[in-house]
Design a protein around this ligand. Structure first.
Ligand code: XMP
Length: 223
């Protein structure tokens, strides 16, 4: 079954904690990015992990030289189950993060995912990212990353990228606030893949009901 990842982009620690308390039973994973970490501190990652016991992925879109990427990965993967990075900076930068993830896996016996962005979901991504996205997907396959990010806003691109990466899981943002059409996306994704939903849940009048609704739609689609 396609899984549901909540993009928890709220900027208030108490709001974030209350929200995950209410809705964690309807979601499979939680994505934490700069809005929450910069407003609440990195410790929020551990707090949410401890509170929910869900998979927690940090969307830091890491895009630096290898030695700086290593430092960011060390701090992040200490608590998070995974980290999102950019591939356009070159494979050595991604490999630096993979090296740290491996070290944690050996130490903790827990999987630490390195997830690479291919093509982003917003309109501006067609300008610079789309022309290199297929190549990035090929690099993701060569590096055997644990996941790639590809857009729900462009089902035809999602299909193409999925074809390139084969069995590498996809996490796909764009459903809800960005206008991605759920059924079209669910026809493409498979059981190891995730949709990411943020505002359509946390900004809705009733986040709990909204998360429940998405979880039911995913179940329904998978029979
Ligand atoms: P909404 O509110 O639009 O949130 O449902 C979407 C979430 O996904 C993030 N996002 C991306 N993350 N590659 C990524 O790694 C992407 O292409 C991409 N597009 C959107 C966004 O920051 C938000 O957290």
């Amino acid at each position: 079954m396609v899984k549901l990842m909540l993009a928890l982009d709220v900027m208030d620690k108490n709001k974030a904690l209350t929200m995950v308390d209410e809705i964690s039973k309807y979601i499979d994973a939680i994505k934490i990015g700069y809005p929450l970490v910069l407003s609440s501190g990195l410790d929020i990652v551990k707090e949410i992990k401890d509170k929910t016991n869900k998979e927690v992925i940090c969307d830091f879109k890491v895009a630096d030289i290898p030695s700086t990427n290593e430092k960011i990965a060390k701090l992040t993967l200490n608590y998070a189950d995974g980290i999102i990075c950019h591939g356009f900076v070159g494979r050595d930068s991604v490999e630096a993060i993979q090296k740290i993830a491996k070290q944690y896996e050996i130490k903790t016996h827990h999987k630490k995912k390195v997830i690479m962005v291919t093509e982003m979901s917003h309109p501006g991504a067609v300008e610079f990212m789309q022309p290199i996205a297929d190549k990035l997907a090929e690099v993701a396959k060569i590096l055997n990353v644990d996941g790639i990010v590809a857009p729900s806003t462009r089902p035809e691109r999602l299909t193409k990228i999925k074809k390139i990466v084969g069995n590498i899981p996809i996490i796909s943002p764009g459903i809800g606030a960005q206008g991605g059409e759920l059924n079209a996306v669910l026809d493409i994704l498979g059981e190891d893949d995730y949709i990411i939903v943020g505002r359509a849940i946390y900004k809705s009048e009733n986040p709990k009901e909204s998360a429940y609704k998405y979880s039911m739609l995913l179940k329904g689609h998978n029979g």
